[in-house]
Design a protein around this ligand. Sequence first.
Ligand SMILES: NC(=O)c1ccc[n+]([C@@H]2O[C@H](COP(=O)([O-])OP(=O)(O)OC[C@H]3O[C@@H](n4cnc5c(N)ncnc54)[C@H](OP(=O)(O)O)[C@@H]3O)[C@@H](O)[C@H]2O)c1
Length: 256
Amino acid sequence: MNPFEIGIVGGTGGIGRWFAAFFASEGYPVHVVGRNTDLTLRDLAERCRVVIVAVPIGVTQEVIHRVGPLLDPGALLMDLTSFKAAPVRAMLDASAAEVIGCHPLFGPDVPSLEGQNVAICPARGERWLPWLRDRLEKNGARIVETTPERHDRMMALVQALNHLDTIVLGLTLREAGVSPADLEPFTTPIFRMKAAIVEKVFGASPRLYAELIAGNPHTDELLAIYETQLARLKDLLARKDIDGLAAALNPGKGSP
Ligand SMILES: NC(=O)c1ccc[n+]([C@@H]2O[C@H](COP(=O)([O-])OP(=O)(O)OC[C@H]3O[C@@H](n4cnc5c(N)ncnc54)[C@H](OP(=O)(O)O)[C@@H]3O)[C@@H](O)[C@H]2O)c1
């Protein structure tokens, strides 16, 4: 028996293209839709038992509302969005199909699923979940099954806070008035690691990073903690309080 067909909206680029190649390598016929493909969302829905939405965050809900109603209840509608609460809600509202929210916790530059984390939020139906888990686990992925709300809260730390911190570092370096060429001979291994992360965030897909920070419903809470901590450190530095600064890093250790 031929395996069923899989459709990926947003499969012409980014993480959607990565999953198109992945499912093709697993033996599934895969069809992709982008803004300029001849294949339409209706074609995709008619041919495919599994339809995956992997478009930029800003258009995800609109795309879900266009493709969702075209699927029948036996199909699977899944998304790969970096947030889960809003897209999962949109999939449940827009479609009668089974629904799983999925967030691959890696980018399209990884060579395989081996050792990668994948968050999944099963939201409607039970038929497709074992199939998805099986595909991912057989290829070495580590699955965390969670609710959309808990996922987004975790992403506020792993993505929003983390990338915001990188952006603050990058902007400060930019404003410091030293060219990267002048700085290079003075760099340490740890600085070069951090500079590489700054370069990735500023270079690769600034819009994605901006959406990850601005779109997370929990960013404000963390930003408040971040500002409090920065003000606390600034105050210790203003007083040249080295013991206080050391104690802030590791309260258990005390002063030498
Ligand atoms: N990149 C990552 O590291 C990563 C990791 C995990 C999850 N995600 C999530 O995956 C999603 C896509 O991110 P990405 O970085 O892969 O984006 P991307 O590189 O910009 O690719 C987006 C894809 O969506 C298509 N597209 C854009 N607008 C569309 C529309 N209105 N209708 C149909 N297709 C459209 C594009 O195709 P055309 O240009 O051909 O139109 C392209 O194939 C986001 O929700 C993001 O949160 C990304």
